[in-house]
Write a protein that binds this ligand. Structure first.
Ligand SMILES: Nc1ncnc2c1ncn2[C@@H]1O[C@H](COP(=O)(O)OP(=O)(O)OP(=O)(O)O)[C@@H](O)[C@H]1O
Ligand SMILES: [Mg+2]
Length: 297
């Protein structure tokens, strides 16, 4: 049986400028793959290509197969049915993804209803509460009608995760889901994701620039640089004996308890000299993305 997600020779160019250069990756059912690399290495573009959320200026080559379905050949309508149901994604900044003027419980319920139009309001509400319970949002029956700004950053990220898992997706893509959070909250969210993975048998693609973070939720890691995969292996192997100098630099950039306090921290040159004008974040197909975020309304 093929892996749940199989990416073969994927290339993405923006106006002839390559962002992803012929990468191949696969994630077997139930496995969790971490994708790491410095800023601009092509991690988000890869994730958005899988979700088919890149805008029209992106020229995509290669193939992306999900559960034996060739995603790149699906119609927009077929893709919309998969997105949010079988394929879910958590973005870095929950505040931009949540609707500020809609109670959080209703937003999660909407996510359910978008893919289960046959559900009554009551059933959608029950499913939403179940998902919000699963992500350990405290006292959610009472807070169902609270608005996003009434929750902390970590709680809002939990709401996003609840929305993502409410329809029991088979693949969950998490793109830097903890970068905006402080360290303690980050740890809690990582534990939650690891726990949900076990409970629901989720297959996961977890993106981060931080190898230490990735190793908490992934079995294997692929290291990306300048749009290519430069190294791939189990977390343990990569930590024990990273082969590629770039991976070693990524590891070296993480201070440990043994790092002397007066030692300057290693840094990676974040700017790609070949693309000094690179943009801060990828441009997505805004109509599709908005539609996905608001679950088809
Ligand atoms: N719509 C676009 N048009 C042109 N170039 C783009 C577009 N979207 C992304 N890029 C370029 O593609 C490259 C990869 O970007 P991507 O956002 O995938 O990096 P990343 O690894 O996710 O970085 P970060 O860690 O900062 O999130 C960058 O050079 C970026 O400028
Ligand atoms: Mg990114």
């Amino acid at each position: 049986m093929r892996s749940l997600l199989q990416i073969d020779q994927l290339s993405v160019r923006f106006l002839s400028r390559p962002a992803v250069r012929g990468i191949s990756l696969e994630i077997p059912r139930g496995a969790s793959l971490g994708l790491v690399g410095e800023s601009g290495s092509g991690k988000s573009v890869t994730a958005l290509a899988v979700m088919r959320l890149l805008d029209d200026s992106a020229a995509i080559e290669g193939s992306i197969t999900f559960d034996d379905v060739d995603l790149l050949s699906l119609s927009a309508e077929q893709m919309r049915r998969l997105r949010g149901r079988d394929l879910a994604m958590i973005f870095q900044e929950p505040m931009t993804a949540l609707n500020p003027v809609m109670p959080v419980g209703e937003q999660v319920a909407e996510a359910v209803r978008a893919h289960h139009p046959e559900f009554s309001r009551r059933q959608a509400r029950d499913a939403a509460i179940e998902a919000m319970d699963a992500v350990a949002l405290p006292d959610i029956a009472r807070r169902y009608r609270d608005y996003p700004h009434q929750f902390s950053g970590g709680q809002r990220q939990r709401v996003m995760i609840a929305m993502a898992i409410a329809n029991r997706p088979r693949l969950l893509i998490a793109d830097e889901p903890t970068t905006a959070l402080d360290v303690t909250v980050q740890k809690q969210i990582l534990e939650l994701l690891a726990d949900l993975r076990k409970r629901f048998g989720l297959t996961m693609l977890f993106i981060s620039h931080d190898l230490a973070v990735v190793s908490q939720v992934a079995d294997r890691v692929a290291v990306m640089r300048h749009g290519e995969i430069v190294e791939e292996g189990s977390c343990a192997d990569i930590f024990r004996a990273a082969k590629h100098p770039y991976t070693r630099a990524l590891l070296g950039a993480v201070p440990t308890m043994a790092t002397p306090l007066d030692q300057p921290l290693a840094t990676l040159d974040e700017r790609d000299p070949r693309r000094p004008d690179r943009m801060a974040s990828p441009i997505t197909d805004s109509r599709e993305t908005r539609r996905f975020m608001s679950r088809g309304r």
